[in-house]
Design a protein around this ligand. Structure first.
Ligand SMILES: Cc1cc2nc3c(=O)[nH]c(=O)nc-3n(C[C@H](O)[C@H](O)[C@H](O)COP(=O)(O)O)c2cc1C
Length: 333
């Protein structure tokens, strides 16, 4: 449903064009310093500032309405609220009848019998990831106490690998984004995430493996279509002698990290590494054929509204937050 976690539990709520969106975080230990300013850095990183991101600007100012007293968490559930102020709902009024391909309009209409809020994608909007990022700030604070640090970065856009030593790759990607914008189209990408300092033994065998819990929450992020740990799909092409990570000391440090820091579902003390594939934004202005439930014909749909042409640009901080929530929960089990 709309909650994740066993002991560190995050519930998210709201719709893209509703009054408020927010998160309730239960299971935060008491005594952690927390104020609204602590959210600024991560919330800013999610904002649509780059070329190829939506022109919808929101202040994303958090209001902590419970669970914090005198600047410290109390141990009671923390609720954080945000307002939606910059909404243009008219752009979405035809989508219940003429649902966007690759978006949730059709499935939501069927599942909720037409009662779902379609404005701006409603509860399925990427806007709701603001609440995940907010919860992630608290999860990161908990993990700080255990010496765990999580960082994510974009590794490729539209199949072009980002190579920081070669400024040309940046230009190629910028050109691809400009082309996509000019063609009213969209692009996908891949983000890599690394969690450093997760201690040996975190995670459970089988159903609550580190991979399962991280994957579970990562797939809650709209537009995520794949995740792979360590060498991922490529490990299937390797010999055991190449794929096996030689253990080089009593701490369990390995020479290589093809398993992405997890074996038997349990953290082995090396970096936990995984990559996430983000699909191209479904809402493109380019006319595309799709079934019209009213006319009962396949007709061209020209999607209006303000959209990210490349969602990937905004996702590293969301992926960090999701991973932090999953790992904080595993620490508290
Ligand atoms: C940060 C972020 C921004 C997004 N922006 C848009 C957008 O502008 N337009 C759009 O159609 N989808 C956008 N999405 C993706 C849709 O919400 C998502 O594709 C849709 O709900 C269908 O879910 P699925 O792709 O997970 O199957 C965004 C997702 C994220 C994480």
């Amino acid at each position: 449903m709309n909650s994740f976690g066993r002991k560190f539990k995050v519930s998210i709520f709201g719709e893209s064009h509703g009054v408020n969106i927010g998160a309730t975080i239960d299971g935060t230990p008491p005594g952690i310093p927390l104020c609204e300013n602590d959210f600024a850095n991560d919330l800013d990183r999610r904002k649509p500032n780059a070329k190829g991101t939506t022109s919808r600007k929101e202040t994303d100012t958090p209001t902590i309405v419970s669970g914090v007293f005198n600047g410290y968490t109390t141990g009671a559930p923390i609720t954080i609220l945000f307002q939606n102020n910059n909404t243009i709902s008219n752009d979405y009024k035809n989508l219940a009848q003429h649902p966007r391909p690759s978006h949730a309009d059709f499935v939501a209409g069927v599942k909720y019998k037409g009662f779902n809020d379609p404005r701006g994608g409603g509860h399925f909007s990427g806007r709701i990831t603001l609440t995940l990022v907010a919860a992630g700030v608290i999860a990161k604070k908990i993990l700080d106490q255990f010496g765990v640090n999580i960082e994510a970065q974009i590794v490729s856009i539209a199949g072009v690998d980002i190579d920081n030593t070669n400024p040309k790759t940046e230009q190629i990607i910028e050109h691809k984004i400009e082309q996509a914008l000019a063609n009213c189209d969209s692009l996908g990408g891949v983000v890599k995430c690394t969690a450093k300092g997760v201690k040996v033994g975190i995670g459970e065998p089988f159903f609550d493996s580190v991979e399962s819990r991280i994957s579970h929450i990562i797939f809650a992020i709209p537009a995520v279509k794949a995740i792979e740990f360590g060498e991922g799909f490529n490990i299937a092409n390797m010999n055991g002698s190449d794929a096996n990570d030689t253990i080089i000391n009593a701490k369990g440090t390995t020479k290589t990290n093809h398993n992405g820091g997890v074996v038997g579902g349990i953290a082995n003390g090396n970096d936990i590494t995984f990559k996430v594939a983000i699909k191209p934004t479904p809402s493109i202005a380019k006319p595309q054929p799709t079934f019209n439930l009213e006319s009962q014909k396949i007709e061209n749909l020209e999607i209006k509204g303000r959209h990210d042409a490349c969602i990937t640009l905004r996702t590293p901080v969301i992926i960090e937050a999701a991973a932090a929530i999953a790992i904080a929960d595993l620490y508290s089990i």
